[in-house]
Design a binder for this molecule. Structure first.
Ligand SMILES: [Mg+2]
Length: 397
């Protein structure tokens, strides 16, 4: 801590204590101690006040999952975030894992799994542009009898709308193979038998509404509330629907104060009202010029006003992985998760007990992967998925 002092001539001096090597070693010891105590806390179920209260009020909603924190590193910071995991499985995200290996023998990886789960943006396409070699790679994997599944945290589109995007890009992908977080939100509500006489308030875009409609749930909000304003006249009170039993929050370009207040009232005042997040992504790529505030910013606003932790259904929460494994009867060790983000895709695969492959065709560079502050290490990394073909060619020459 700098100290102020005056010299003999009355000049102000700032004294700074020099850090010795012994001080640094002491600091490192304390940091290690703190990390291990946090890791211990992460390994044990926690009592999130909201979840605990809901569990008491509506035990049927919590028959399958428990909420535990996920310990992860992000740019040198340690974050504790709530995720939902099957109570029957052990917490599998390790703090320190061995360094990722470059993919050298794709055949070995292909032969060791029966299913490939692909993230979309940064893996299959970038914005509206298909990444080189994707159609041929998918065709090769299909010809080998591999099951292909496409998972995205982007909730702005429904499965059907994503199906159209695949088609426009010339990819032959069935709607049943696509799992967006908009679908995951509806699937989660179905999995807990969310009462059909209750309503869902949506902060998010069209994709969530379409999936809720397909699943037969009543909803309100969404794009319709995008233009709503609040006039803060003396005595003004916002009414809200007491039949709202869940608030679903996803990425929303038309996010506003009306939606924050409406969602907050539902969560705080409607007994047992769930707070569901499609994802907590810090950033998203709306244009290729810069990173934009992601779905996590909308979720964070509601978290701030309600002081309740959301139930996350998108990556890296394992809800979608559990859902896929059940739906297709897949053993998770027979899955390879392929993605371009460490803190969502790779963590999602690792949380699910799958093999993981990082591609450098999206947001993660080799230097980010190899940064000493990054502890999320996939099993393998490669430049892009078409390396499955080029490396294969190279190894068979
Ligand atoms: Mg991606």
């Amino acid at each position: 801590m700098p100290r102020q002092q005056k010299d003999a001539n009355g000049h102000k001096l700032t004294l700074v204590t020099r850090t010795t090597q012994a001080d640094e070693r002491r600091g490192e010891r304390e940091e290690r101690k703190m990390l291990s105590s946090r890791a211990a806390a992460a390994a044990a179920p926690i009592s999130v006040p909201t979840v605990a209260a809901l569990r008491t009020k509506r035990p049927s909603l919590f028959s399958t999952f428990i909420a535990i924190p996920t310990l992860r590193f992000s740019g040198g910071n340690i974050c504790l975030c709530s995720s939902r995991r099957s109570s029957s499985r052990m917490y599998s995200n390790s703090i320190v894992s061995s360094a990722a290996k470059p993919l050298q023998d794709p055949d070995k990886l292909i032969d060791s799994v029966e299913t490939f789960i692909f993230d979309c943006d940064g893996v299959i396409w970038k914005g509206d542009k298909l990444i080189d070699g994707v159609p041929e790679t998918l065709d090769m994997l299909r010809s080998k009898g591999k099951r292909l599944v496409f998972v995205t945290n982007n909730s702005t589109k429904s499965r059907k709308q994503y199906g159209k995007k695949f088609e426009t890009l010339g990819l032959n992908v069935n709607e049943e193979e696509i799992f967006a977080s908009s679908f995951a939100a509806a699937a989660y509500l179905k999995s807990i038998n969310f009462p059909k006489d209750k309503k869902v308030y949506v902060i998010g875009e069209d994709g969530i509404l379409k999936e809720l409609e397909l699943a037969g749930f009543q909803y309100l909000g969404g794009p319709e509330d995008g233009g709503k304003k609040i006039e803060l006249k003396p005595g003004f009170l916002m009414e809200h629907d007491k039949d709202v039993g869940a608030v679903v929050v996803g990425f929303d370009r038309y996010f506003n104060y009306y939606k924050v207040q409406y969602g907050t009232l539902c969560i705080r005042e409607n007994p047992g009202c769930l707070f569901i997040a499609t994802n907590r992504d810090a950033v998203t790529h709306l244009t290729d010029a810069q990173e934009w505030a992601g779905g996590g910013s909308m979720v964070g606003a509601l978290l701030g006003s309600t002081q309740h932790e959301p139930l996350v259904v998108g990556k890296p929460s394992t809800f979608m992985m559990d859902y896929l494994a059940n739906k297709f009867s897949i053993t998770k060790s027979q899955i390879c998760m392929v993605g371009d983000r460490l803190d969502t895709d790779i963590l999602f695969g690792q949380n699910g007990g799958c093999k993981t492959l990082l591609v450098l065709s999206g947001v993660t560079s080799l230097s980010m992967l190899q940064n000493p502050n990054n502890s999320i290490q996939p099993d393998f990394y490669t430049n892009k998925i078409s390396d499955f073909l080029s490396l294969k060619a190279a190894t068979t020459v």
